[in-house]
Design a protein around this ligand. Structure first.
Ligand code: UD1
Ligand code: MG
Length: 493
């Protein structure tokens, strides 16, 4: 399909608004819901329609918005239609919604159909956008409308005898009778590009706000004999714009509920769905079980039957089937194998790979550590830049000393290595299969397979030493000597 074919679609996202009520250094459309900026949610919903063009109209915070659009494009590359390169155009001043679409004209002028969206309505679904397109039919324009109990602030929709839209009157320009109309313009429109190109130059800023109103297209379309086709959105949460942080929190709660519900009906158990957040790009599988206050972020995947307990925060992780993550673990860019057990209170950092049935227990931190099948690090360890073979047992308090203050070095353990508690492995270092490290050892040289290494000082046991020490103290006190001076073992012998 070329950009000139009969069904080519351009999506124009209006995002030049100031967002004054956010009181933020950050442009409004970059504020996040479940880890994704509002604009990202809108772009993702629109991209699923396979448009030929996506154009974002930027104004305030343009550089930041452009940078995000680039990041989003790279991230979505695999799912975007070939050759689609979303672009940003600048609206140099706030001339109104009609002016914003005019600024984007060079981008959409060779398309047939233009879908106009707002960057601050993050809950709009692809399904509704598809319905908006279909509602246009052979007409020149369709628009999303909603019934609101409190329509104040919105443009009111005036319909003709056939139920089609002959006009929109903005709240600020409306009289009391018009303001009593409950049917509002949600703002999103689908317009035939040739009509848009003819109508936009006819807009005039002769209104209360002195702006070019996109909504004046309705009267122009009606005058041209093709009044707008309204599509009523039943779920008004979908068309709710976000203007302040309270609305951002409400929209986030709605999105959370929508996402969680969709997983619940696909066989995922949530102990407390109101407190558990699953990002839009997360994949879950049937029979996985999420505890309260779990956060799954980025491109995390959780396998069938896996269990993630209370308070875990996983970002870009892959958790295999039937793994169990106990409460309060934090993991980033980690791969967790089938039936592995992690936590409670473990920290898996970037590049951690745990193979099947690995056990990582409380207060263990891993970074770029690969633990082979059935390896165990049950308590209180730091494993960084480490290759740990199958069936190794890492005792409590083991530290890989991977950093000399300048460079990082690797620790390599063969299969079945046993590391006694409270040992340090000073990297770079390699321990062969079945090597055995005695507790309290600082290993500074490679250890061959099957060898024992121990650097612990020999144990000294002195029978009756305590009693002798006490007697010496008592005697010193009786003779008036300074009893506060410690009488250590070195002095008493
Ligand atoms: C607009 C509609 C109104 C509708 C309401 C729904 C017009 C004239 N009015 O009003 O009928 O009920 O949305 O929320 O269209 N923007 C720009 N450049 C501009 C002005 C706006 O990019 O010069 C962007 C904003 O960032 C925002 C969107 O367009 O994303 C809507 O602008 P806003 O000022 O919120 O319009 P409303 O007055 O709410
Ligand atoms: Mg608005």
């Amino acid at each position: 399909m070329t950009a000139h074919s009969t069904s080519s679609l351009a999506v124009v996202v209006l995002a030049a608004g100031l967002g004054k009520r956010m009181f933020s250094q950050k442009p409004k459309v970059l504020h996040e819901l479940l880890g994704e900026p509002m604009l990202g949610h809108v772009l993702t919903a629109a991209a699923a329609l396979q448009p030929s063009k996506i154009v974002v109209v930027c104004g305030h915070g343009r550089a930041q918005v452009e940078a995000f659009v680039q990041t989003w494009t790279q991230r979505q590359r695999a799912s975007l239609p070939a050759g689609l390169q979303p672009r940003c155009v600048e609206q140099p001043y706030q001339g109104g919604t009609g002016h914003a679409v005019l600024c984007a004209q060079p981008e959409w002028s060779d398309c047939d159909e233009v879908l106009i969206l707002y960057g601050d309505t993050p809950l709009l679904t692809t399904e509704t956008l598809g319905e908006l397109r279909r509602a246009r039919g052979q007409g020149v324009l369709s628009l999303l409308v909603g019934e609101l109990a409190d329509p104040s602030g919105y443009g009111r929709v005036i319909r003709d005898a056939h139920g089609q839209v002959s006009r929109i009157i903005e709240h600020k320009d409306a009289d009391a009778t018009t303001r009593a109309i409950g049917l509002i313009n949600a703002g999103m429109m689908c317009v035939a590009a040739p009509f848009l190109a003819t109508a936009l130059p006819q807009l005039r800023p002769d209104n209360a706000q002195g702006e070019l109103y996109l909504t004046d297209l309705l009267a122009l379309a009606a005058a041209a004999g093709s009044p707008g086709n309204p599509h009523l959105v039943d779920d008004r949460r979908e068309i709710a714009g976000v203007n302040n942080r309270a609305e951002l929190a409400t929209a986030t709660a709605h999105l959370r509920e929508r996402i969680n519900r969709s997983w619940q009906v696909q066989g995922v158990t949530f102990d407390n769905p109101a407190t558990t957040s699953v990002g839009a790009a997360v994949t879950l599988n049937a029979d996985c079980h999420l505890g309260a206050q779990v956060e799954l972020r980025g491109a995390t995947t959780i396998g069938a039957g896996a269990r993630i307990d209370t308070g875990c925060v996983l970002t870009d992780c892959e958790v295999a089937e039937n793994a169990h993550i106990f409460p309060y673990c934090v993991a980033t860019a980690a791969t967790i194998g089938p039936r592995a057990h992690v936590g409670p209170f473990a920290h898996l950092r970037t590049g951690t790979v745990l193979e099947s049935e690995v056990k990582v227990g409380n207060f263990v931190e891993t970074k770029k550590a690969h633990l082979g099948p059935r390896a165990k690090a049950s308590h209180l360890s730091y494993l960084g830049d480490a290759e740990i073979g199958a069936d190794c047992n890492i005792g409590a308090g083991t530290i890989t000393c991977n950093y000399d203050g300048v460079d990082k070095f690797r620790t390599i353990l063969g299969r079945g290595v046993f590391i006694g508690s409270d040992s340090q492995l000073v990297a770079p270092i390699t321990l062969g299969d079945d090597a055995y490290v005695g507790a309290g050892t600082t290993v500074t040289a490679d250890v061959p397979a099957g060898a024992l290494v121990v650097t612990r000082a020999a144990t000294t046991v002195k029978l009756g030493w305590v009693a002798k020490k006490r007697q010496a103290r008592a005697a010193a006190k009786a003779s008036g000597a300074d009893a506060t001076r410690p009488a250590g073992p070195a002095e008493s012998h």
